[in-house]
Every structure is written in C-alpha cells, then in structure tokens.
Design a protein around this ligand. Sequence first.
Ligand code: BG6
Length: 520
Amino acid sequence: MATISMKVMPEDLSQVPTGAERIPEPGILVIFGASGDLTKRKLLPALFHLRQASLLPRQFAIVGVARRPLGGEFAADMRAGIVEFGGADAADPILDEFTQHISYYALNFDDPSSYAGLKAELDRIGKEKNIGDSRLFYLATAPEFFAGIIENLGAHGMAQPENGKAAVVIEKPFGHDLDSARQLNHQVNAVFHESQVFRIDHYLGKETVQNLLVFRFANGIFEPVWNRNFIDHVQITVAETLGVEGRGPFYEKAGALRDVVQNHMMELLALVAVEPPASFDADSVRREKLKVWQAIPPIPILNTVRGQYGPGIINGQHVIGYRDEERVSPESGTETFAALRLEIENWRWAGVPFYLRAGKRMKKRATEISIQFKQPPLLIFNRLQQDGPCKGIEPNLLTIRIQPDEGIALRFGTKVPTTPQMSVCPVNMDFDYETVFGKSSANGYERLLLDAMLGDQTLFSHRDGVETTWALYTPILQAWAAKKPEVFPNYFAGSWGPECADHLLEQTGHKWRNDLGRKA
Ligand code: BG6
C-alpha cells in the first residue's frame, strides 16, 4: 500500500502543561520486594525522573525492604540501575543527592515479629529527616506475600497512623481468578480503606494510553463517529517479541490471559469504549470504565483461542520454544498467546466485534489499537472500472500506536494523480509522538508513583473493576484448565500466532491487521 506521511506539529509547545504544580507532601516510600527487577529497572528510575523534574518533596525517603541482608549496597545498586535503565548521567550531581535518600531494611515478609523493627526504623527516618508520619507502602513482592504484609502493616499500626497518612500500592497480578481477587480485596479492605488502596496497572501510566481519553474527548470530530453506526470493528493487539525472560515459574501459573489480557488489555478496551465521564476525577472515570466491563456478556469459549510458541526465528536469531525455557514443564499447557472476540452490549457498541490478541515471541513488538470504519454506503468509483471493483478502496482505519513508535495514523483513500480513471490509493496521515514532543525516557511509572503519592486514584483500579474483569475471564481459564490443548506448541516463535487465531476472525469476515508499526 502506498503511504504518505504528514508531520503534525502542536500549535504552541509552550502551552504544554508541565505538571510542576503537583508536588506531594513529605513522606517515606517503602518498597516491599525491593531486591527484585521492577524496583531497579522501573521504580527507582521513575522516582529519579520525578526528582529531576522537581516533582518530589524536599523531605523524602525511599526504604527498600526485602529478605536479603543487603545493607548499604542496595543504594549503590539502585544508583547503577538508574543509570542503566533510566538513562541518567552517572556524573549527575542530582543523582548523588537522590541516592542519599535511599536506604534498605531486611525483613522476612511473613514473620510478624520483624514488623515492629520496620516501624521503628521508619519512625527514626521520619524524625531524623523531618519527614513526619506519612507513608506509601509499595508491594512489589510475589503475590503470595501481599495479604500477609498488609495484615502485618495493620497489626503494627502502620495502616492507620495517628498523625500522618498511609496508603498502599499493590502490583499485579491482583489475584489469579475471581475468588482469589475477592479474597484479596477483602483482606486489603480489612486493613486499608478503599481510598488508601492503589492497585497498579502500569499500562495506565503510559502517555499514549492516557491520550486515548484526550484524543476522544478533547477533539470534536471523532466522538460523533465513535459508535456502532460508523465503526465496523475494533482490534487490540499486544504483541511482544520477548519470551518469558527467566520468569518461567511465574508464567507457568499465569499464561497470557492472566498476565496481559485480564488487566492491561481490558484497560485499553475500556478507554476505547468508555462514555465521556462527567469529570476527570477518580470516581467518575472508574465508574464509566466499570460500566463498559459490566456490559460485556460472558465470552463463549468458541470465541477464544490459545497458543504456545515453539522454536523459531526472531530478528534473525534462533530462539527456543516455550517448553524448553528454563523452569518450564516440557509438557506445559500454559498459553503464551490468547485471542478472543467479545462484544459490548450497550447502545454505543451493540453488534461491533472487539478482537483482542496478546502473545509472546511474536513477529514484531507492537501494542496497537485499530478502529476500522464502515465502508461508504455506495462505492461510486467501482462503476468507472472496466475490470472489476476499484482495487485501492479500503475502509478508513484509525490506528493508535501505544508502543513502540508511539503515534496515531488515519488511513483514507485518495486519487492517484495523473491516472485517467479514478484510481484510488490508501494513504495515511501519521502523527508521531517523538517527532513532535521529542524522545522521552519516562517508563510510565513516573505518573503512577506521583499520583499515588498525591492520593489521586484516577489511574488505578477499583476493587469492583478488578472483580468484574476477573468474572469475565475466570470461566475461560476454568474451561482451558479442564481441557489440555492437544496441539501445543501451535505457532512458531517469530510468527503472528496460531492459525486458529486467523480462523476466529474469518468466521466474522475479518482479518488481523499484521502491518503494525509506523506507517512512514
Ligand atoms: C507485564 C507482564 O505486566 O507487562 C509481562 O507481566 C509483559 O509479561 C509486560 O511483558 C508488558 O509490558 P510493556 O510495558 O513492556 O508492554
């Protein structure tokens, strides 16, 4: 397909808000599971970016908590992580100053007796640095420790401090099915009020994900056509070229549906489908998203497919199959690919299929949403052609590139110049974030950490939301668990997934879009 690219420039970059007015109150951020990858690769680099942007309070401390006796080497290791994963300059004096705010406390998560020591340590830091009593607890441990940590924080008076504030951020996975999510919600809310709870989904921290609401509700021209009268169908793809990256034991229990579909993809779907909220506050936004999920009828098992990658070639490199990955069963039935068709039964969307697919070891890394519009009611140019229908006419397509090559493209038909007949060719208008706003080193956690420190829950999941999405996927997980797949592995690493995923769309006359990525 011929494509033409148009560069879009913002009217006036000086009007872009910096967010500098949002600085949290003094407090201590306590990260449980701090020796894991997330802290070093994402959380600390994000916190450093906040410090660089002067968005952290002066009186601030970060206390890493984990089982290993790390002591002083923790801060040095985090400093190295900020340079390696956060793009910081190792000689930056702000980095030295920032590192001084980091300390470590060794604790056995499930040993109640060690929490009194943690409390004493936090009180000591709070007094010494004149920070006061506000604490944000970040649970980045394996999920089996969440409930115990929360209970112990409650039992030692850290959840409801007399003077300061307390809140808890809980990483995914939040439960592994409906029952476990309900139970965890119950345990969390027995200690923390819902207004203190921040269930994190890092997709909501991505600029391009937040932009979905801006794109839809800050522009006048899209919303009138954003419905069943004009939209033919919607595709959402989360394709990764990575495999399980040494996380075999975690992934064996998770699989693609739990790992990505129930959370990240449902958030994307909600933002595409949601009604305009009355305002941009946590309650209004979360209430509207919940209505979307509640309007999805049970997904028939026939509308789902699963896959598992075998060996293959990605970017010219040979890669092993899932069953050969470290600490993965050679007979594993875990899906590394999932695809499904669902509908949203409300006035805006009735009858519009939404197709979702997520996979590891796919041909290309791309998270994209594509909205395919209906064809015009009459294709008049077909009448001019001697030799059948005018070939270049394709439906309008709006693609929102969440990552990489973040941007938005709109495909439309145009006349091919100098041809005697009305030959039509599809072209793209393409907005590219990097061209307009420059390259960003942000990883999405900046915004979420800042919001959690500020107490703003808009970009975090509510308990009802988590339970509603689990209610949709639990029957599928149960059906899949009850019947081991016969043909795993069923796709080559480096492909677009199993053939059954193509058949799923063929049934309704559609095709997966596989030309993902920037258009020009
Ligand atoms: C995580 C999953 O939540 O999201 C990973 O556990 C996945 O398996 C990751 O790779 C994808 O996130 P991103 O930001 O790289 O798209």
